[in-house]
Write a protein that binds this ligand. Sequence first.
Ligand code: TMP
Length: 204
Amino acid sequence: MRGLFITLEGGDGAGKSTQIEYIEKFFREKNRVVVCTREPGGTRISEMLRNILLDKQNTEMEDVTEMMIYAAARSQSVREFIKPALERGEVIICDRFVDSSIAYQGYGRELGDMVAEVNSYATGGLRPDITFWFDIDPEKGRERAAKAGEPDRLEREALDFHYRVYEGYKKIAEKEPDRVKRIDATASIEDIKNEIRAYLEELM
Ligand code: TMP
């Protein structure tokens, strides 16, 4: 049995973490082995790269460098951790994946098609079975994220950057409606849970 690969996407402060816990519980109750991970991160090397990417002192980082480090962290995580787990039949829940690079680096940094190409090497073609995009207005998301603590290097970007990221997500969702499910992140936690449960039941 091949496992299931589920990703969550969206701007900061969209409330993904609460729903990750819920998705994990949903599958555990169905006696599936579930593993949660995040990007960038999830393996020792990817977490080291995460520190470089999010360190607010790294102001001189070039956009292409940034995109490639995200892809490098992803390549390590896919090969060391995600693919083997999927081959064992496990359910992988990943907080962010390639769509984040398309939205943040492709649209936010305006690097365009190069991002998808580099990432096709990083993932070896692995794609999520389903992706939940938490749709929240960037300004509102920023307000919510500010309550969660110190902003990292990406969160410190100006609002127009975050609006470009938002447009990127919108385009991805329009392009791939079968995979990417839009979730209204301003709905109540309970309503979001119910919506996600319906999608997961359908997926299974
Ligand atoms: P987070 O784990 O707190 O969401 O932090 C990751 C940050 O990195 C977030 O601001 C989004 C950004 N990011 C990218 O710019 N490109 C990517 O490919 C990924 C995975 C994240």
